[in-house]
Design a protein around this ligand. Structure first.
Ligand code: ZN
Length: 191
């Protein structure tokens, strides 16, 4: 069984989600919700899913990245849950394409911090501290944005916005810096 993923335009994606209380985290309802979100993320498939994306304004997200094509910036992340997360960004930024299950079929270049620290509770309500870099850091930033009513389209380089199909067709393998230079609006010569 899986849950319906809401799409951009649904107000639940645009409001801050509420934190969960300790007793609530331990409840059968939340444990069942986590399991359903896990299945929904697998089916999509996606590397993260935040509760607002299934219509619930709660500060909870599930994350898992099997990372079949492992690189220096992307390695497998086992399934885990973040609840009531607090995010601290590293100074260095990286620009890469990203997409969202709630903006289905599109992607765009988004600047994100290369490293982050996240303090949160896990699925049992135990405090955890995550130090992440590369793609994992990007997933965390994307999911935590969802808990504050922010979508990647708020942060994207608008001129890189593309269908996933066209991105595969026209921009696969093109270095992001080169792509951004090509997409720069033509400026009239100053006089
Ligand atoms: Zn998303």
């Amino acid at each position: 069984m899986h849950l319906k993923i809401v799409q951009a335009g649904d107000p639940v994606l645009r409001h801050a989600a509420r934190p969960l209380g300790a007793a609530e985290i331990d409840s059968a309802e939340i444990q069942q919700l986590i399991e359903l979100m896990r299945e929904t993320m697998h089916d999509a498939p996606g590397v993260g899913l935040a509760a607002p994306q299934i219509g619930l304004p709660l500060q909870l997200a599930v994350i898992e990245d099997v990372a079949e094509n492992e690189t220096s910036e992307r390695s497998p992340v086992p399934f885990h849950v973040i609840i009531n997360p607090r995010l601290t960004l590293g100074a260095e930024a990286v620009e890469l394409f990203e997409g969202c299950l709630s903006v289905d079929g599109f992607q765009a270049v988004v600047s994100r911090a290369r490293t982050v620290t996240v303090e949160a509770f896990d699925h049992r309500g135990t405090p955890i501290k995550i130090e992440a870099r590369g793609w994992y850091a990007r997933i965390l930033q994307h999911e935590i944005d969802h808990l504050h009513g922010t979508l990647y389209i708020d942060r994207m380089r608008p001129r890189t916005f593309s269908t996933a199909r066209n991105a595969a067709r026209y921009t696969a393998g093109v270095p992001i810096a080169e792509l951004l230079a090509k997409l720069d609006p033509v400026r009239a010569p100053s006089s």
